[in-house]
Design a protein. Sequence first.
Lengths: 99, 164
Amino acid sequence: MGLQPYLILAACLFTIGLFGVLTRRNAIGILLGIELMLNAVNVNLVAFARFTGETAGLIFTLFTISITVAEVALGLAIVILIFRVRRTVEADQLHLLKG
Amino acid sequence: MSLEAAGFWGLALVLLASSLAVVLSKNLFHSVLYLAVALVATAGVFLLLQAEFLAAVQVLLYAGGVVTIVVFAIVVTERLVGERLAQTNRGVFTGGLVSLVVLVILVLSLWRADLPRTAPPPPADLTQAIGRDLLTRFVLPFELLAVLFLAGLLGALFFARKEE
């Protein structure tokens, strides 16, 4: 197994996540798409770390995993806050900042 | 077919199927469960790549933490209004087109790239190497991460406070 199959798998995962972010209406659904994209990046980093014999990629993955968890927690806090005020989490109806 | 290749294709199939289910499922709760499957399968890919420590972190933090938080958020936001958990996609055609173009560009460039075909032998103790590098070479980002978490904690407290 070379490096290429892993990178192509990660590219597929990334585009699936991108599709989710672009098409989901529910704000939580959009966050799930972002999760998939970040996960694809982690696959890439670990694959590169394995095939270059360098630990930096593994440590970057450690950082992205922890930052992602914080990002999801805060993103969901914002979603719940928006829900409390507006009674909806549909992204299309959240156009408060639209000029 | 070698064991690694068999494992890779099996995991790739599970990963792609569950990821598609995450973005296409009509029920938001099912989406989250499929996300858990995808994240655990990713931990399997990490195992294939000899990164046991990261596989453990992935299962603990992602599949344990993130999925729990998301389920909590769904329970809070959906059940209160008494709506069904149904959700729809919009602009499927445009979104699919954009994603497809990105995929084609990525795969074409990966296809042409000159990538290593064989991996070097893994170091004796990768977890030890990670720990050592984390506190020597990458100690500054490590500390910055702590500051970031502090900011995140304060932000979460700010959101959770009672309205005056």
